[in-house]
Design a protein around this ligand. Structure first.
Ligand SMILES: Cc1cc2nc3c(=O)[nH]c(=O)nc-3n(C[C@H](O)[C@H](O)[C@H](O)COP(=O)(O)OP(=O)(O)OC[C@H]3O[C@@H](n4cnc5c(N)ncnc54)[C@H](O)[C@@H]3O)c2cc1C
Length: 403
C-alpha cells in the first residue's frame, strides 16, 4: 500500500481527462470475475465464481423502526422491529432503547428476575434482546421463532452504514443517527474485547466509493451512509485518492473506514452464548401476539410484525446477493460501495441513490445488492435479470474484458 500526500495527479479516466488531487494511492487485488460469461442478451452463460444466489428481504418500516412498550391487560409487550437494511447498524442502540423501556415497565409492574419472558424472533434483534435480558438478571427467557436460517440477519452483508431506512423527515433521520452512533460505540467495545455480551466478528475495513459526476462514466459519487459518523468524528474523515486494481484498471475514488460485521460469525457466537445460558430457541410460528401467555413479550419478528402487530407501515425491500467462490479472500479485505455508470452503456434512468457495485468480504466474498421496495422476491425472471446485471457490472468495474 503506497500513500502519496497531497500529490496532484493527472489521471486518464474512461471518457474524460481530469486533474485530480490525491491523498492516497492503493493497489488492490481485483475480485476474480474473469470466468463469468454472458450471452448476446447480457444474461449469464457461465459463472464459475458464483457459489450461490441469495434472494432476501429487508424488514423495512415507513418512518422509524418500532421501538416501544405497551401494557395489554396484565402483559407487557415490547416491540423491536422494522430496521430495514440497517438492522446490524442500529443493533446495540436499538436493543438498549428497548431494554430501557422494558425496565420502566418492570418497575411499574414490580416484575422480578423470574418473570417468564417470550422473545419472538431469532434474528439479531431477538437473540441480542434475550442475551441482554440475561445480562440484566432475568432467568426465565425463551425465544420462539419460525426460523433461524435464511433470515435477514444471517444473509445480511454486514456493512456498518446507514443506507437503507425509510425515515421521512429530519427529526426521524436524527433519531436514527443517534441509534447508529450508540451502536457504533457497542461495536467499538466488541472490537476492543470489552463488550459484556460478545467479543468477536467485527473489524475496521476500508470502503471505496466513486468520485465521478452525474453523466460521466465509471464509478460515480455516492452517499455511503458512513458520512454521519465521519462528521461526528467517530470514524475517520474520508480521503480522495486513486485505486488501481490488479487487472490494471484504476479510478479516482473516495476512501472511508467503517466496521465490517461478519454476520455469520456473530450469529454463531450469539447461539453459543444462548446455549451456555440455557436460553432455548423453540421453532414455532406465532399466529397472534394474544397466543403468548407469558407476562412479558418482546416482539422482534422483523417482517412478521406486519401481521403480528397489524402494522401496515412494515413492508419488504428485496436484496439480491451473489455469494462468491474461489476468491483470494485474504487479499480482498475491503468494501466497494459505489454507483457506477458502465462505459458505453445507455445512461441510467430513475433514482440512482444506491450502490450498483457492492463488494463485501463476507464468507467467500459477495456481490450485491439490489434495494427494491415492496418486492417480496417472488418474481424469478426479474431476479435472474438483476443477478446478470450485478455480475456484468461488477466484472466491468473490476477491469475484465466484456464477453
Ligand atoms: C440482502 C440484505 C443485506 C443486508 N445488509 C445489511 C448491512 O450491510 N448492514 C446492516 O446493518 N443491515 C443489513 N441488512 C439488514 C439487516 O439484516 C436487518 O435489518 C436485520 O437483520 C433485522 O433483524 P431482525 O432480527 O429484526 O429480523 P430478522 O433477521 O428478519 O428475524 C426475524 C425473526 O422473526 C421470526 N418471525 C417472524 N414472524 C414470526 C412469527 N409469526 N412467529 C415466529 N417467529 C417469527 C423469523 O423467523 C426470524 O427468526 C441486510 C438485509 C438484507 C436482506
Amino acid at each position: 500500500m503506497k500513500h502519496l500526500d497531497c500529490v496532484v495527479m493527472a489521471m486518464t479516466l474512461f471518457s474524460s481527462q481530469m486533474s485530480y488531487s490525491a491523498s492516497f494511492y492503493e493497489q488492490l487485488e481485483a475480485v476474480q470475475l474473469g470466468d463469468a460469461h454472458f450471452d448476446a442478451q447480457g444474461r449469464v452463460e457461465t459463472a464459475g465464481d458464483i457459489d450461490q444466489k441469495v434472494v432476501c428481504l429487508r424488514p423495512m418500516r415507513k418512518g422509524l423502526p418500532n421501538i416501544s412498550a405497551e401494557n395489554v391487560g396484565e402483559q407487557v409487550r415490547v416491540h423491536l422491529y422494522g430496521h430495514g437494511g440497517s438492522g446490524w447498524t442500529l443493533l446495540w442502540g436499538s436493543v438498549d432503547r428497548a431494554m430501557a423501556l422494558f425496565e420502566e415497565k418492570a418497575k411499574e409492574h414490580k416484575l422480578n428476575e423470574h418473570v417468564p419472558i417470550t422473545v419472538i424472533g431469532a434474528g439479531c434483534m431477538g437473540k441480542v434482546v434475550a442475551l441482554s435480558l440475561y445480562h440484566a438478571g432475568y432467568r426465565n427467557i425463551r425465544i420462539v421463532a419460525e426460523q433461524d436460517d435464511s433470515i435477514a440477519s444471517l444473509n445480511s452483508t454486514g456493512y456498518l452504514a446507514m443506507v437503507s431506512l425509510a425515515t421521512e423527515n429530519e427529526s426521524e433521520k436524527k433519531q436514527a443517527e443517534q441509534l447508529a452512533i450508540d451502536t457504533l460505540k457497542g461495536y467499538k467495545k466488541v472490537e476492543q474485547g470489552t463488550h459484556p455480551i460478545i467479543n468477536e466478528g467485527v473489524h475496521l475495513v476500508d470502503v471505496y466509493s466513486g468520485l465521478g459526476k452525474e453523466g460521466e462514466e465509471g464509478p460515480l459519487e455516492t452517499y455511503t451512509g458512513i458520512e454521519p459518523y465521519a462528521e461526528a468524528g467517530l470514524l475517520p474523515k474520508p480521503e480522495n485518492g486513486v485505486v488501481k486494481f490488479s487487472t490494471g484498471v484504476s479510478y479516482p475514488m473516495r476512501k472511508f473506514q467503517t466496521y465490517f460485521m461478519d454476520t455469520s460469525v456473530l450469529m454463531e457466537a450469539f447461539d453459543r452464548e444462548l446455549k451456555t445460558r440455557n436460553i432455548p430457541v423453540i421453532h414455532e410460528t406465532v399466529g397472534s401476539l394474544d397466543d403468548i401467555k407469558t407476562y412479558v413479550v418482546f416482539n422482534c419478528s422483523g417482517l412478521g410484525a406486519a401481521k403480528l402487530n397489524h402494522d401496515d407501515k412494515v413492508y419488504p425491500n428485496m436484496g439480491l446477493l451473489l455469494e462468491l467462490a474461489h476468491q483470494p479472500l485474504k487479499k480482498l479485505d475491503y468494501i466497494i460501495y459505489t454507483r457506477y455508470q458502465p462505459p458505453g452503456a445507455p445512461k441510467r434512468i430513475g433514482p440512482m441513490d444506491k450502490a450498483d457495485v457492492y463488494f463485501m468480504p463476507r464468507r467467500g466474498g459477495l456481490l450485491g445488492a439490489t434495494f427494491i421496495d415492496h418486492n417480496d422476491g417472488s418474481d424469478k425472471a426479474l431476479n435472474e435479470e438483476l443477478f446478470s446485471k450485478i455480475l456484468r457490472e461488477n466484472k466491468q468495474f473490476f477491469g475484465y474484458p466484456q464477453n
